[in-house]
Ligand binder design. Structure first.
Ligand code: BG6
Ligand code: MG
Length: 217
């Protein structure tokens, strides 16, 4: 039987880092006098660091020089890194380990498809780097989600066809990217926000192993 490629997004899917990205951006927005709410934040999920800053600046109608932008991007990442500095396994989201282990037992491919340039150190901190057959992150791609590049490359790395790939995502942009790539999109989170996903689960504790089993067969 052809092996399937299970491609996981990182932030908000494997680990609860979406809150740290939000906090770090909120700090920048506050300094710039821009109101930045959790609703605004949905638009930033899955989106690259550079693009995220552009979205925030547009919210406040702020025109910035490349030097200013560079300064804020550096500040955002420094704040973010301080939040994740002491991260450990306890920050893996509920149910994730069970699903990863089940996929491993069934000898299917596990890949990462993340926009983050901090993906590898985070997987190391939470001690699951060894479970991945392939990792594609923000350092490897030029086009951000909803462009499907990150998922296409992940599938290529494990030699899987797009239609044999399943993508777990918490962001609208990521679900769109998976759909564009002709992969099976699985939303993790609010099904109203992620309504474009083929399947949806509030979190991995709601996902029975029979769901994974059915995708494999
Ligand atoms: C995505 C997050 O996974 O990575 C975004 O959902 C984040 O919020 C993006 O901006 C880039 O992450 P980083 O770690 O490279 O700034
Ligand atoms: Mg995410």
């Amino acid at each position: 039987m052809t092996k399937k490629a299970f491609i996981f997004d990182l932030d908000g899917v494997i680990v609860d880092t979406a809150k740290y990205h939000f906090l770090a951006w909120q700090k920048i927005a506050a300094e710039l006098g821009i109101e930045f709410t959790p609703e605004h934040n949905e638009e930033l999920k899955g989106v690259s660091r550079v693009r995220s800053l552009d979205i925030i600046l547009a919210l406040g109608n702020i025109k910035a020089t490349p030097e200013d932008k560079e300064k804020w991007l550096t500040q955002k990442n420094a704040d973010y890194l301080s939040y994740i500095e002491n991260m450990d396994e306890s920050e893996i989201l509920p149910g994730v380990i069970n699903v990863l282990q089940f996929i491993k037992e069934k000898q299917q491919f596990i890949a990462l498809g993340s926009a983050s340039k901090n993906a590898r150190p985070i997987l190391e901190k939470v001690k699951i780097l060894h479970l991945f057959d392939a990792i594609v992150d923000g350092n490897d791609v030029t086009n951000a989600k909803p462009d499907p590049e990150v998922f296409l490359r992940a599938a290529q790395l494990v030699n899987a066809k797009n239609e044999d790939a399943i993508v777990f995502e918490d962001s609208v942009a990521g679900i769109q990217a998976a759909n564009i790539a002709n992969m099976i999109s699985v939303g993790i989170g609010d099904d109203k926000i992620l309504h474009e996903a083929k399947y949806n689960f509030k979190d991995f504790t709601f996902m029975d192993t029979s769901f994974i089993e059915a995708l494999i067969n």
